[in-house]
Design a protein around this ligand. Sequence first.
Ligand code: NAD
Length: 329
Amino acid sequence: MTVIVLGGAGYVGSHAVEMLLKKGYDVAVVDNLVTGHRAALPLDVRFYEGDVRDHDFLNNVFAKEKNIEGLMHFCAYSLVGESMEKPTMYFDNNVGGCISILETMQKFDVKHIVFSSTAATFGVPETSPITEMTPQKPINPYGESKLIMEKMMQWQSEATDMTYVALRYFNVAGASSDGHIGEAHKNETHLIPIILQVAQGKREFITIYGNDYKTSDGTCIRDYIDMEDLINAHVKALEYLKAGGKSNQFNLGSSKGYSNLEVLETARKVTGKNIPSILGERRPGDPDELVADSTKANNILNWHAQNDLEHIIENAWNWHKNHPDLYDD
Ligand code: NAD
């Protein structure tokens, strides 16, 4: 039985492929390489290059991969700022891709899908930590597109016998512990890799946006989830669905927040580098604190985040230090 990883050449997807293979699953990968890297995948994995919005292409993949027990769905555009400038591009790829995937699942009677959703579906919540009951009010087209995808899956699961799990990630960071794959976004917007680019001398300094938030040191607090913990949750979610679990949604974080300054200090400790920083203006729409309450995932999936911020940055640094040109593609 096969798991198809959609968007498997991307940052999160490539780590999912690696863990699924390690755990003995049969894996096939679909990706159009718009932001992904072929070099992030093992040479011998079955790889289909194409766009999930292309119904004929996806039909051919599903027809070739006969015994599909489930999908993991990572393929999307995911840059908040870009989504504010090009909303239709985001709805086209994220929502359009989802329609094509759900239709193809139905046609080939594929029963289960584990889907990357995001804390961005919550917008600026009034309470923290954020539970699955916290109202979802996205404040950008990216978050909105993911919320629409969640709702489409819910309606599809009510109309058919497919089941899904939406995993709402908080801030994903880190790399494979053996250091051969890691984060390689062509347009990097995430705090930890940007800080590590300063440590590598690729940037002069890191800008900390605002120090007058309602937090202990005045900088924003975010919840960082380790890549390997995150992928473990996907495997548990797939097993949960295979065992007859109902469609569900889970918030995934470490349930512990770190301020931007704490992240910077930890990176200085791990890298042994000075990492200069400057203070910038607050960014519009940045909440003081975004921390997940992952109790539901603890209880239903028996999933617990194992790794702390230092471990995350150690693995990320190991990857960046040894791959200064990332995948060099
Ligand atoms: P990524 O850009 O590295 O990976 C996305 C992959 O999907 C890429 O390989 C890309 O080429 C592929 N893809 C995109 N559109 C496609 C299409 N139409 N057809 C086929 N392939 C397509 O992003 P990532 O950081 O690995 O994120 C993966 C998922 O996790 C995304 O859906 C994102 O919204 C979600 N997410 C990520 C984070 C994070 O911190 N990285 C946080 C929350 C949610």
